[in-house]
Design a protein around this ligand. Structure first.
Ligand code: FAD
Length: 467
């Protein structure tokens, strides 16, 4: 139709950025419409965070069932893996969550529209369902949350054998051999998941080490544990090309200057993601972008066009779901007249690798670079009763504090449960707590939480359980 519907706040994209922004804006009294061209939940719920964590967990479970625990006297025989069932289960997890998002949007009176958005001007969009039907919407404010897609290497065109992360999550059989290009967190997570399920995995990383976003020592823990599972790593490896056949691939790479080839069933390319900002019509409205397509915003997520906001993977910063959601809340609050702005210090970075890695705030080195007189105080999982009884003793937590007053300004955790343990350090940062505050907080025994308390005791110079 050609009549226009009036909307207070239009949200484009229903990933963890968009759907959270829509709910918050509606809670604050806005009349909200959200438009999604694919599935509610975006990359995160459908083909990212959630299905990858489900696959990783299936890998862990299969590994422990098939390998048993010799040390505990638990052995096992004849463990079986029905991968199509794993896929069914994984899909059911995704469906529960995306169904939940739909319920929440409706429960908050957010109008859900399916279709693809194109901006006509700074207060009008065209939403197309297909080639023939489209509808015009008028808005006062708009939050753009269109997310990102995998980068395609010119020498590795995606196909049935050359996979992006989405296809890698949807395989119907566990491959015998898999080459992963890119040792960032997505590549490493998927490498780990398939290695646990029995695949022989080779990771080719262009840089000098994997997981460059984390401290070297943490990344080394992961590399060591993946090697134990049979994963092979090649660093300073430039993947140069692929030959495909009906049965597999032959990947060529220049590893430390030498030509190498790798045979596998599939090659998975995880070399980064590209913001979905090129097909929206935003440039002609004067919305400023950097050369790599990221939209420029201020601390309130406002673009150079004052009633258009941008959040999530399409703006600078770590492309993570919780960052997108956080920015979504800020943008919705700003539009609703609240004095909200982003502060990124408390954004945790997590890799669901083996072991898990997590970091929040400053690392010791970053803190020193930023001019803080900072100290790092470490406590090993080995000295924690709960970690030992969980057979999870390989890891550590490091608290980064300011020397003069003990203010918590960062923390890193490597080990099982790191993804949850980092939350307490994040809370300490957000609440402006000192190491003494953490040390004085009574933690239940025996729990992994005590590790955080004891690292804080290290920071104030009176640890009980290490010398
Ligand atoms: P998206 O989730 O990408 O959502 C954008 C939505 O906008 C999509 O649904 C898209 O269809 C829609 N859209 C795009 N263009 C239009 C248009 N023109 N009109 C209408 N709709 C449009 N992050 C974590 O924090 N933790 C993890 O464990 C994690 N694991 C990951 C694992 C994998 C394999 C991948 C690929 C990513 C993972 N991420 C993880 C990253 C996370 O998925 C993203 O950071 C997050 O989804 C970004 O949210 P978003 O709202 O910005 O965009």
């Amino acid at each position: 139709g050609d009549f226009a519907e009036e909307i207070d706040t239009l949200v484009v994209g229903a990933g963890p950025g968009g759907y959270v922004a829509a709910i918050r804006a509606a809670q604050l009294g806005q009349k909200v419409t959200i438009v999604e061209k694919g599935n509610l939940g975006g990359v995160c719920l459908n083909v990212g965070c959630v299905p990858s964590k489900a696959l990783i967990e299936a890998g862990h479970k299969y590994e422990s069932v098939s390998e048993g625990y010799d040390d505990m006297g638990i052995t096992s025989e004849g463990a079986k893996l029905d991968f199509s069932k794993v896929q069914e289960w994984k899909n059911s997890v995704v469906q529960k969550l995306t169904g939940g998002v739909e319920g929440l949007l409706k429960g908050n009176n957010v109008n859900i529209v399916h279709g693809e958005v194109y901006f006509s001007d700074d207060s009008t969009v065209k939403v197309s369902q297909d080639e023939y039907s489209s509808q015009t919407y008028k808005f006062n404010n708009c939050i753009v949350a269109t997310g990102s897609r995998p980068i395609e290497l010119p020498t590795f065109k995606y196909s049935d054998r050359v996979l992006d992360s989405t296809k890698a999550l949807e395989l119907q059989d566990v491959p015998e051999k898999l080459v992963v290009i890119g040792g960032g967190y997505i590549g490493v997570e998927l490498a780990g998941a398939y290695a646990s399920l029995g695949t022989e995995v080779t990771v080719l990383e262009g840089g000098s080490r994997i997981l460059a976003g984390f401290e070297k020592q943490m990344a080394q823990l992961v590399q060591r544990s993946l090697k134990k599972k049979g994963v092979t790593f090649a660093t300073e490896a430039k993947a140069t090309g692929v030959e495909e056949s009906d049965s597999g691939v032959k990947v060529s790479a220049e590893v430390k200057g030498e030509e190498q080839t790798y045979d596998a069933d599939y090659v998975l390319v995880c070399v980064g993601r590209k913001p979905n900002t090129d097909e929206l019509g935003l440039e002609q409205l004067g919305v400023k972008m950097s050369d790599n397509g990221l939209i420029e915003v201020d601390k309130q997520c406002r673009t150079s066009v004052s009633n258009i906001y941008a959040i999530g993977d399409i703006i600078d910063g770590p492309p993570l779901a919780h960052k997108a959601s956080y920015e979504g809340k800020v943008a919705a609050e700003v539009i609703s007249g609240e004095a909200s702005e982003v502060d990124y210090l408390g954004i945790p970075l997590v890799a669901f690798s083996e072991p898990e890695l997590a970091s929040v705030g400053y690392t010791e080195a970053e803190a020193k670079e930023a001019g803080f007189d900072a100290v790092g105080s470490k406590f090993p999982f080995q000295a924690n009763g709960r970690a030992l009884s969980l057979n999870a003793s390989d890891g550590f937590l490091k608290l980064v504090t300011r020397k003069d007053d003990g203010l918590v300004i960062g923390g890193q955790v490597a080990g099982p449960n790191a993804s949850d343990m980092i939350a307490e350090v994040g809370l300490a940062i957000e609440a402006g707590m000192t190491a003494e505050d953490l040390a004085m907080t009574i933690h239940a025994h025996p729990t992994m939480g005590e590790i955080t308390m004891e690292a804080a005791e290290v920071a104030i110079g009176r640890p009980v359980h290490i010398k």
